[in-house]
Write a protein that binds this ligand. Structure first.
Ligand SMILES: *Cc1c(COP(=O)(O)O)cnc(C)c1O
Length: 410
């Protein structure tokens, strides 16, 4: 879906396709106050106009609100935006990305069921599958998602879910979404994609056939680093199933206050993502030519192993990149020391976890986000001690480059 036209023109076209949706989807001007924005409705319970309406609400015959954990107008306005962005029938907002992920897996899997997931994935999601769910009889096989046939080889008669996360955290490995969807459909297995890293700007897994899409809205969807939230997008039936379990049953409900903040952030999502993707491609190219950098991982680079696949299945290459310092590799102490010097040398760029923020954020996965991963698992996922991950923000591209150059030369 990315072709030979100038990349900037393709980013403009993608932003154009989403900009109006971001601003207007879910708009419901308030009939009494004429407020343009859906108000922040903080009421935990809602009154009924009649006994009939109350009975109807409980039987699903009308959509009157009953109680905040079951539905809230501010949250529903946000969900309408998410539905439009991912192109699914419905969306359900949740308390966090992990509430969306744990709930979606539990909605599809029961005791005795099996999941296939990528070896390189968000560390807390990996812990959920590796350490927590086996206690409830749900087992996971981790595979190299870049290897053709890896998911198929891991299938068991009890496999209920194929889990995708592409591009992967933090090495930007790209998995073949359409091939995994074909496999799942031929066996009647559900597919779930964590699209947080790519964002709906750069990738629409539903258009590639994925059943359920989850996001940490804490990242690029909210975009301002001021709200924790998640969502699950998919068919009416799938989203209803997840909503019933995650939000109603397990209580992973998003606060209306947070839903408002995320919806406000989402209005500028297309513009932010365009700038972030454009800067990321420029910085990736310049870093790759820098003498102190031994490797850069970003799908925009022709030498990246996932480049061709990314062109086929993505709208843009995304705003995250990672790079390794020349002193790096798996050389332990020296690699870690070089990484620390860069982290401490940046000024415009912020040394902090998270991603997708308006601020550029730099992290050192081996000592922070992926430190709970066993060293063997980290090595198997290609996360070297000297690897730095950069989430590109909306600052001036040239300011970011000057900052990186100075930190690298320190
Ligand atoms: C941050 C993140 C999560 C978890 O989301 P929270 O909102 O922090 O619970 C899950 N997956 C990915 C890829 C993430 O970046």
């Amino acid at each position: 879906m990315i072709d030979d036209r100038p990349y900037a023109a393709q980013l403009d076209a993608r932003a154009d396709a989403l900009a109006t949706i971001c601003v207007h989807a879910g708009d419901r001007p308030d009939p009494t106050t004429h407020a343009l924005d859906v108000p922040i409705v903080l009421s935990s319970a809602f009154g009924f106009a009649s006994a009939d309406e109350a009975a109807g609400a409980f039987q699903g015959r009308n959509d009157a609100h009953i109680y905040g954990r079951w539905g809230n107008p501010t949250v529903e306005a946000l969900e309408a935006k998410l539905t439009a962005l991912e192109g699914t029938e419905q969306a359900c907002a949740t308390a966090s990305g992990m509430a969306a992920i744990s709930g979606a897996v539990l909605a599809f899997c029961s005791q005795g069921d099996h999941v296939v997931a990528p070896r390189s994935m968000y560390a807390e999601s990996a812990r959920l599958l590796r350490e927590r769910l086996p206690r409830f009889g749900i087992e996971t096989t981790f595979v190299d998602a870049t290897e053709a046939g890896a998911y198929e080889a891991a299938l068991r008669p009890t496999t209920r879910l194929l889990y995708l996360e592409t591009p992967a955290n933090p090495n930007l490995a790209v998995g073949d979404v359409a091939a995994i969807v074909r496999l799942a459909r031929s066996r009647g297995i559900a597919t779930l994609a964590d699209n947080t890293f790519a964002t709906p700007f750069a990738q629409t897994p539903h258009a590639l056939g994925v059943d359920v899409i989850v996001h940490s809205m804490t990242k690029a969807i909210g975009g301002h680093g001021d709200a924790i939230g998640g969502c699950v997008c998919g068919s009416r039936e799938h989203v209803a199933r997840v909503r019933d379990l995650v939000v109603k049953g397990l209580g992973g409900v998003i606060s209306p206050m947070t839903a408002f903040l995320v919806a406000r952030g989402l209005r500028t999502f297309a513009l932010r993502a365009r700038q972030q993707c454009a800067s990321a491609a420029v910085l990736a190219e310049r870093l790759a030519a820098h003498p102190h950098v031994s490797a850069v991982h970003h799908p925009s680079l022709p030498g990246h192993p996932g480049h061709a696949l990314a062109r086929r299945q993505m709208h843009a290459y995304g705003a995250l990149l990672s790079f390794e310092l020349r002193a790096g590799g798996s050389g332990g102490g020296r690699a870690i020391e070089a990484g620390r010097r860069v982290l401490e040398g940046v000024r415009t760029i912020t040394h902090a976890v998270s991603l997708g923020d308006v601020r550029s954020l730099l992290t050192h996965p081996a000592s922070t986000t992926h430190s709970t991963m066993p060293p063997e698992a980290r090595a198997a996922a290609n996360i070297s001690d000297g690897l730095l991950r950069l989430s590109v923000g909306i600052e001036s591209t040239e300011d970011l480059w000057r900052d990186l150059q100075r930190a690298l030369e320190a």
